[in-house]
Write a protein that binds this ligand. Structure first.
Ligand SMILES: NC(=O)c1ccc[n+]([C@@H]2O[C@H](COP(=O)([O-])OP(=O)(O)OC[C@H]3O[C@@H](n4cnc5c(N)ncnc54)[C@H](OP(=O)(O)O)[C@@H]3O)[C@@H](O)[C@H]2O)c1
Length: 160
C-alpha cells in the first residue's frame, strides 16, 4: 500500500461525533480547520455522511464507501477499503483524508498513519461515536488548545 490515510475527526470527551445526522456542537473555528485541511484533497467518506454533508467537501475529491455501488453517484463509489487502496495506488494518489462518519472511521482505523483529532469539550448525548483507539499506538506530532476544543496531530507508531 503506497497511499497514506489520515483521519480527521472531532470527538467529544466520550468519543461522541454525531447527533441526529449532524455534529453535537457548533464550533465554527473547528469546522473551519476541517474545511481548510481537506480543501483540494482526496477524502474518504461514508455513504451516509456524503448524503448528509456532501457540500462540506466542495473543493475536495470525495471517494465514497458503500456496500451498494451506484453508477449515478456524484463521486466514485467503492465497496471496501481494499478497493480504495487498489484504486489509489493504481492512479498514484499519495494521501487520502478519512472524514467519517462513524462506520468509516471504524473501517479505516487499521489503515491510518496519521490522525488529526479535535477533542471537543463536550459531554452531552450522541448517536454516533468514534471507535475506541489506544493512545499507546500514537505519538504526538503537535497539539494546540483552542476555546472549547484541542487539536492533536498524531502519527501511528512504527511498531503498530
Ligand atoms: N464529528 C466528526 O468529526 C464527524 C465526521 C463525520 C461525520 N460525523 C457524523 O457521523 C454521522 C454519520 O456517520 P455514520 O456512522 O452514521 O455513517 P457513515 O460512516 O457516514 O456511512 C455509513 C455507510 O458506509 C457504508 N459502509 C459501512 N461499512 C462498509 C463496508 N464495510 N464496506 C462498504 N461500505 C460500508 C454503508 O453505506 P451503504 O448503506 O450505502 O451500503 C453505510 O451505511 C453523522 O451524524 C455525521 O454528522 C461526524
Amino acid at each position: 500500500m503506497k497511499v497514506k490515510f489520515i483521519a480527521i475527526a472531532a470527538h467529544g470527551k466520550d468519543r461522541q461525533i454525531g447527533l441526529n445526522g449532524g455534529l453535537p456542537w457548533n464550533l465554527p473555528d473547528e469546522y473551519q480547520h476541517y474545511k481548510d485541511t481537506v480543501r483540494g484533497q482526496y477524502v474518504l467518506v461514508g455513504r451516509k455522511n456524503f448524503e448528509l454533508h456532501g457540500s462540506d467537501v466542495e473543493g475536495s475529491m470525495p471517494l465514497v464507501l458503500s456496500r451498494t455501488p451506484s453508477e449515478n453517484s456524484r463521486a466514485p463509489v467503492f465497496g471496501s477499503m481494499g478497493a480504495v487502496v487498489d484504486y489509489a495506488d493504481a492512479i498514484g494518489i499519495e494521501k487520502i483524508y478519512v472524514i467519517g462518519g462513524g462506520e468509516i472511521y471504524n473501517l479505516s482505523l487499521p489503515y491510518l498513519s496519521e490522525f488529526l483529532c479535535s477533542v471537543v469539550d463536550y459531554e452531552g448525548p450522541a448517536d454516533t461515536y468514534f471507535p475506541e483507539y489506544s493512545f499507546y499506538e500514537w505519538e504526538m506530532v503537535h497539539s494546540e488548545v483552542f476555546d472549547r476544543w484541542s487539536l492533536y496531530h498524531m502519527r501511528k507508531r512504527p511498531d503498530f
